[in-house]
Design a protein around this ligand. Structure first.
Ligand code: DGT
Ligand code: MG
Ligand code: MG
Ligand code: MG
Ligand code: MG
Length: 282
């Protein structure tokens, strides 16, 4: 780039690199989806097509960015998780968030007709998403973050399921249902659903109760034959090789199938069965 007398403006740009060696979570959330879901008549409390479309867009984001190790989605939000070793965009906050938000939005809009045939998108009701990045210092706190989102999913879904059953099946007004649910605990809502409507909340679809977890199927890497012992300083050639090894891992991650699951991610079992998610290694 040629130097010009205008070049100095570059010095106004602020660095926004995220702390090294930390988990990065980019959470995106639909803007004004209350209005949007009304306009396109999403089913209440859960619209299966709307959730499937969120998941389909998120799968494309995972495929596009092999550095992502897991994602979790509920309602109009999705959390995308980068491993602490991630060096994508030199870990620049703005680059990471805007890339995720725009890639997700592009796929969401591209696939809309497939999931909502006969309901073409109409301005001003066009889907858009905001996003933010938060860093977490260790995998325990990262897991607590994921648990927080899944607990939120459960609490909201139990409330919404009970509320909309009281309104749509019980013929109650929104205000009356809201009033009656004020101060109730989970057991009360389960009881209302069961005794008045014969609904066992446990039998509701897992996608509604647990949200959606996206991760890569385990991928394998053939170990390179090593001639040197581990405590020797790596040569430049070896560093190069390990870089090509890293590229190989990225390629494998890109090829690995992305799974959409609706399971408990709060208990240890999910993570213990799939150690490659947190280790970031094949
Ligand atoms: P925001 O995020 O501050 O721009 O505002 P909203 O309106 O997106 O609010 P938010 O994100 O707190 O809540 C999500 C809204 O999206 C909520 O009003 C319900 C709606 N929504 C999400 N998924 C579904 C669905 O499956 N069915 C229906 N009927 N509505 C849904
Ligand atoms: Mg929001
Ligand atoms: Mg929203
Ligand atoms: Mg939301
Ligand atoms: Mg450019």
């Amino acid at each position: 780039m040629a130097n010009s007398r205008f070049e100095y403006v570059k010095s106004f740009e602020q660095p926004d690199v995220l702390l090294p060696n930390t988990w990065i979570v980019v959470r995106i959330d639909g803007r004004g989806f209350h209005k949007l879901s009304d306009h396109y008549s999403f089913a209440k409390p859960n619209d299966r097509a709307a959730l499937d479309l969120m998941n389909a867009a998120a799968v494309e984001v995972m495929k596009d960015l092999p550095d992502l190790c897991i994602a979790y989605g509920v309602s109009d939000e999705y959390s995308f998780v980068f491993h602490p070793s991630c060096q994508l965009f030199e870990r620049r906050n703005g680059k990471l968030v805007t890339t995720i938000v725009s890639t997700f939005t592009a796929h969401y809009i591209y696939k809309w007709n497939q999931y909502f045939p006969g309901k073409p998108l109409q301005p001003p009701y066009l889907p858009s998403f905001d996003g933010r990045a938060v860093i977490y210092p260790n995998s325990q706190i990262l897991r607590d973050y994921m648990s927080w989102r899944q607990v939120d999913c459960h609490i909201n879904n139990l409330y919404n399921t009970t509320f909309w059953t009281m309104v749509l099946q019980g013929g109650m007004s929104n205000t009356d249902a809201e009033q009656e649910l004020k101060g109730t605990v989970s057991a009360d809502k389960n009881e209302i659903l069961f005794s008045r409507f014969g609904i066992n909340y446990n039998n509701e679809l897992e996608i509604y109760k647990k949200g959606s977890v996206l991760y890569r199927q385990q991928y394998e890497l053939e170990e390179p034959k090593s001639t040197k012992s581990a405590d020797e300083e790596p040569s430049v050639a070896q560093t190069q090789q390990s870089r090509s090894q890293q590229d190989k891992i990225r390629k494998l991650r890109r090829k690995a199938q992305v799974v959409v699951d609706h399971v408990d991610i709060i208990k240890d079992e999910f993570w213990e069965k799939r150690p490659w998610i947190l280790s970031g290694k094949p």
